[in-house]
Design a protein around this ligand. Structure first.
Ligand SMILES: [Zn+2]
Length: 309
């Protein structure tokens, strides 16, 4: 039922509002971050705070909230000694999100975040498949309304692998990827850089990525976990190459171990203007990733045609 409403609104050219960051909001509320699993442990250790974050995004106008499962991938959890709790952590996160929706009395969709967190490239993409499939199965089984493949910061062949694993899913599947400008050529590339002191990770030409991914993935493609400025450029490129639904949820600021720094100093109303430009350029789904919080989501919710939905 809930996804039908999203689908209808997309078909009517309305703008869908996603939530913002979960980890940074939890940190602001004093939740303890795990050194390896980051905010992945919060659903079990501080479920009330996780629910509060979801509730605040719903109040701010988000149409979709995302489960706190970005960091609870089976691959990551096995690596960090949580192999016995994969089911527990992922199920708990879905339940918290569903509780938040229930309490709101609104028709809000729950997106299950299936991510590439902890996937080590050196072991090859074949080794990643069981983990991707397992997280997909747990989240789907717990009743999420849609899946977002958060393949942000991943190499193209990892993105293709996670898409392949999602193809048996009966749920709507969205795909998130990140991009970066190559300073040498000034071209938009698949890749990322979220810390000021680390090297830039550049994988391949972004146009090539969009071409290749759209051959195997028909659901929406979202540009996420990327710098605000490059996101705007990437939306324009993607619009030319991809006929499907597009979205954008960039970062604000950057990561400086062990915390997210809010250095961009962009106000919620400036964020709204940026989001408006992505919508004008063809994005139909907007939200926020790291560093984007409740105030920004509240600001961009003005982009919905019908403010009451
Ligand atoms: Zn991010």
């Amino acid at each position: 039922m809930t996804y039908n409403l999203i689908k209808q609104r997309l078909e009517n050219n309305d703008t869908i509002i996603l939530d913002g960051a979960i980890g940074a909001e939890l940190e602001k509320k004093g939740a303890k971050m795990h050194k390896d699993l980051w905010c992945g442990t919060c659903s079990v250790e501080s479920p009330d705070l996780v629910k509060k974050v979801h509730e605040e995004y719903i109040l701010a106008g988000a149409d979709i909230i995302t489960t706190n499962t970005y960091a609870t991938t089976p691959i990551g959890m096995k690596q960090y000694g949580f192999e016995d709790q994969i089911n527990e952590f992922n199920k708990k996160s879905v339940q918290i999100a569903k509780d938040a929706v229930k309490n709101s009395n609104k028709d809000i969709a729950v997106a299950g975040s299936v991510s590439t967190f902890g996937s080590l490239y050196k072991f090859g993409t074949e080794a990643m498949k069981p983990g991707f499939k397992e997280q997909l199965k747990i989240l789907s089984g717990e009743g999420v309304d849609l899946i977002i493949l958060e393949a942000m910061s991943s190499q193209a062949d990892i993105v293709e692998t996670i898409i392949e694993c999602s193809q048996e899913s009966k749920l709507p599947v969205w795909l998130s990827i990140s991009c970066i400008i190559d300073d040498k050529t000034n071209k938009v590339m698949l890749g990322y850089n979220d810390t000021i002191d680390s090297d830039t990770n550049i994988y391949e030409d972004f146009e090539t990525s969009i071409n290749n991914f759209s051959k195997i993935h028909k659901g929406p493609i979202l540009i996420a976990h990327s710098d605000i400025e490059v996101t705007g450029q990437a939306v324009k490129i993607a619009k030319k190459k991809f006929n499907g639904v597009l979205g954008a949820y960039p970062n604000r600021g950057h990561y400086e171990k062990p915390h997210w720094k809010f250095v961009d100093n962009i106000t919620p109303s400036e964020y709204l203007e940026k989001a408006r430009s992505w919508v004008e350029d063809g994005a139909q789904i907007v939200g926020g990733c790291c560093g984007v919080g409740v105030e920004e989501i509240k600001a961009i919710s003005k982009l919905k045609k019908n403010q009451n939905v």
